[in-house]
Design a protein around this ligand. Structure first.
Ligand code: NAD
Length: 523
């Protein structure tokens, strides 16, 4: 077997591979040389220099695995690899400790004014009284996003005797308490924390999720640190908060535009800035090399890899049977993640009717998990790693089959239990995917566009006031369905609307008399 190391990686990774393969290190390989030599190789390791293009992948003849010794895979054509059944792996956990330690460095630098004191001493000054600092012991740390890196920061701040508050809607109380952290609402975290550190992915939900409103809640001595991704903090609002003294300080390893040329933040003394070096240590590079080398070893000796980024190959007969359910599963997953409240604990999928006899139903379950987990995690969740990612996050996944079903040939029932709500939905894929039950109420809902789901007291006039409120905001209702258990009790209304409902309008709807809840689902 032959492995090509196309970019410079740590020797330890190369040594790991030497037991099972003939390892060729060619770190100056040109794109042309790569295309001509790739047919000889079973595996290739790259960092970011070498581009594994469609041309390279198509030229390969026995390539089984492409390994990126690091995190991002922008330089690998993952789609082309998937089409050819070649696995793409990376090493997402290799940088967690490194980034957590960098975060600690910034926290300490802010607390003890290390970077400005350093500058002052080097300018020949000796301004002892100017740099009065504060201790971390006894202070409160607020962590937004407690995944791989957030958890490592928590462990380190516990050692500094800090009290830990966490906001991460997608982790369980058990996971938090195991690390000695308490889950709190976002506002509580902003109000109570002395140091706030961000470790969430950049998603449409997190983009500019920290701005004016959040700075207004924070203590005027509080510091905020972003070693995650630029764009999560609104930089204009941060500039205002720092320059007006609304907060004490900030530490940024990442910026919305990098390098941050001309960014006014850089002129502020209460900002500590580093040039996106959170992941840059020898150890992270060594670990990335060892992790991917172990993955290659596993795959080339018949085992399975852990950090696979692309889909498995499904045999054609199975594909014909289960393909009609792909869209339904995707839509059910999207529906569930948008209606979930609190930490997801259990996802229970039951395949009913004829479908219960089909093979490879776990692929459909993975498809739902992929839709539920992808919007909230940094690493791509796919059909290969979905079960493992759910398990790592403490989510129990249960798959069941039931033969009987009424009114349809096949039906899929998904129950998602979170610590604040439980959702049960049922879907069918007849001519097109449809949702036919929401929390015990029979409905008949197409799975596209925007839906507004409201629960309310089943008395005259409530439907009217919801419609009027939407009308006031020029939101047009295309279709309406209502369901109730008994007259006068709780009822559910599903409206198909022509545009989504902004957050402020949703809040107004929830405040209407006899309206219990309202949620928007964009499918
Ligand atoms: P992760 O996927 O392990 O953890 C992310 C956590 O954020 C998860 O627990 C998730 O539940 C939570 N989350 C998602 N949306 C949320 C929301 N709206 N509110 C609160 N919590 C939310 O990711 P990770 O590996 O820990 O990486 C964290 C961040 O660090 C990412 O943005 C990543 O890109 C970044 N990163 C930066 C560097 C650097 O060089 N500075 C290096 C590596 C990673």
């Amino acid at each position: 077997m032959k492995v090509l190391i196309a970019d410079q990686i740590n020797e330890k990774g190369i040594d790991e591979l030497k037991d099972i393969a003939d390892v060729v290190v060619q770190t100056d390989i040109t794109p042309e040389e790569l295309v001509s030599s790739i047919p000889d190789y079973d595996a290739i390791v790259v960092r970011s220099r070498t581009k594994v293009t469609r041309e390279v992948i198509e030229a390969s003849q026995k390539l089984k695995i492409i390994a990126r010794a690091g995190v991002g895979v922008d330089n690998v054509d993952v789609e082309a690899a998937t089409e050819k059944g070649i696995m793409v792996v990376n090493a997402p956990e290799s940088t967690s400790i490194t980034v957590a330690e960098h975060t600690m460095g910034i926290i300490l630098s802010l607390a003890r004014k290390i970077s400005i004191a350093d500058k002052s001493v080097k300018e020949g000054k000796w301004e002892k009284s100017k740099f009065m600092g504060s201790e971390l012991a006894g202070k409160t740390l607020g962590v937004i996003g407690m995944g791989r890196i957030g958890s490592q920061v928590v462990k380190r701040c516990k050692a500094f005797d800090m009290k830990i508050l966490v906001n991460d809607p997608y982790i369980t109380e058990e996971v938090a308490s195991r690390l000695g952290a308490t889950i709190v609402e976002r506002d509580t975290l902003f109000e109570e924390a002395d140091v706030i550190t961000i470790h969430v992915p950049l998603t449409p939900e997190t983009k500019h999720s920290i701005g004016k409103a959040e700075f207004a809640l924070m203590k005027d001595t509080a510091c905020i640190i972003n070693c995650a991704r630029g764009g999560i903090i609104n930089e204009e609002d941060l500039y205002q908060a720092l320059s007006e003294g609304a907060i004490g300080g900030a530490g940024l390893d990442v910026f919305e535009k990098e390098p941050p040329e001309g960014n006014p933040l850089l002129a502020l003394d209460n900002l500590v800035a580093t040039p996106h070096i959170g992941a840059s240590t020898m150890e992270a590079q060594r670990d990335a090399a060892i992790i991917v080398a172990k993955e290659i070893k596993e795959v080339l000796t018949g085992g399975t890899a852990r950090n696979v980024l692309n889909m498995p190959v499904i045999d054609p007969e199975t594909l014909i049977l289960i393909k009609p359910y792909f869209e339904l599963m995707t839509k059910l997953g999207r529906f569930l993640i948008q209606t979930a409240q609190g930490n997801i604990k259990e996802i229970d999928v039951t395949y009913c009717g004829e479908l219960a006899e089909f093979p490879k139903l776990d692929i459909l379950t993975r498809m739902i998990l992929q839709e539920i987990l992808n919007p909230i995690l940094t690493e791509p969740v796919n059909l290969v790693n979905a079960m493992a990612v759910a398990e790592n996050r403490g989510i129990t996944v249960i798959e069941g089959k039931r033969c009987e079903v009424h009114g349809f040939d096949s039906l899929i029932r998904v129950e998602m239990k979170s610590d604040k709500n439980d959702m049960v939905i049922e879907g069918v894929s007849t001519k097109e995917p449809k949702i036919v039950l929401i929390n015990g109420y029979k409905v008949d809902v197409e799975t596209e566009g925007h839906l507004l789901i409201s629960s309310y007291k089943d008395i005259p006039g409530v439907i009217g006031i919801i419609g009027t409120k939407l009308g006031e905001h020029e939101i047009n209702i295309a279709k309406m369905q209502v369901g109730r258990q008994e007259p006068g009790g709780e009822a559910v209304m599903v409206l198909k609307i022509d545009s989504t409902v902004p957050e402020n309008v949703l809040d107004e709807l929830k405040e209407l008399e006899n309206v219990y809840d309202a949620v928007v689902v964009n499918l």
